[in-house]
Design a protein around this ligand. Structure first.
Ligand SMILES: Nc1ncnc2c1ncn2[C@@H]1O[C@H](COP(=O)(O)OP(=O)(O)O)[C@@H](O)[C@H]1O
Ligand SMILES: [Mg+2]
Length: 254
């Protein structure tokens, strides 16, 4: 199965380029980690792929079709699901309705199947269907956000800041779900501030800094070169590689 290919993607924000000629491949059925300090341009890259920001140059290609510059609905229909950083739920709606909202563009059978799959991935949500979103824990909210992206059964899932603000025990709950999603053939791009979490899940990894990719290669090679990781994070002053991994993290291997 083919991947999602980004070529020469350039994105301007506030009148200056914050993503500069980024090229990368997000293969089907694998997790690709995108690491880098705050301000590197990771979120801008993902927003441009999802059609929220319009890239100034470059292409976003699936099956030979360039989707760059298209509107978010079109890009979703092409099978690219984006979970932006800090995505919020509709707080007064129930879990059931927040999931239903995400199926509006689907046929009834597709919506039913997508909902069933999401609840299979997150059985705990099945027990919270009538709870209002505002009453959920941070971890439960992140599960609903991911479920919303998955109900359409996308071919690619771009996930910005999986673990932001979540307790380690919750992150450990999400990790196997991301792996399962990739095992089902979905190409995942994972932006994750804890390098240990990201590299535990990923087959491939890139480090972004100052709008460009400084490293692209296997996650194994990157795990074996802590200097590279460290330098990328220290340059941006982010808490990251040096932060303690969640308990049990050392058990996670490909
Ligand atoms: N809404 C915005 N307007 C102008 N500049 C922005 C905006 N959001 C982010 N930026 C700038 O774009 C650059 C990349 O930011 P971002 O994509 O959020 O990086 P990351 O996700 O890697 O932390 C930063 O210099 C940031 O200040
Ligand atoms: Mg970001």
């Amino acid at each position: 199965m083919s991947g999602l290919t980004l070529s020469g993607l350039t994105v301007d924000r506030g009148g200056r380029p914050v993503v500069r000629g980024v090229s990368m491949e997000i293969p089907a059925g694998e997790v690709t980690a995108l690491l880098g300090p705050n301000g590197a341009g990771k979120s801008s890259l993902v927003l441009a792929v999802g059609g929220v920001l319009r890239p100034r140059a470059g292409s976003v290609v699936v099956d030979g079709v360039n989707h760059a510059g298209r509107r978010p609905e079109r890009i979703r229909r092409a099978g690219i699901a984006v979970v932006p950083e800090g995505r919020r739920l509709l707080p007064e709606l129930t879990v059931e309705d927040n999931i239903a909202v995400a199926t509006y563009a689907l046929s009834r059978p597709a919506a039913r199947a997508g909902r069933a799959w999401a609840l299979e991935l997150f059985p705990e949500l099945g027990r919270r269907l009538s709870a209002k979103a505002r009453t959920l824990s941070g971890g439960e909210q992140q599960m609903v956000v991911i479920a919303q992206a998955l109900v359409a059964r996308p071919r690619f899932l771009l996930l910005d800041e999986l673990s932001l603000g979540l307790a380690p025990v919750v992150v450990n709950r999400l990790v196997p779900v991301i792996r399962q999603v990739a095992d089902e053939g979905i190409g995942v791009l994972l932006i994750e501030q804890f390098a240990t979490v990201a590299l535990g899940l990923a087959q491939r990894a890139s480090i972004m800094e100052g709008g460009v990719l400084r490293y692209s290669g296997t996650a194994d090679d990157l795990r074996a070169s802590p200097e590279l990781l460290q330098s990328a994070y220290l340059l941006g002053g982010a808490r990251a590689a040096a932060a303690p991994p969640p308990p049990g993290q050392s058990h996670i291997h490909n």
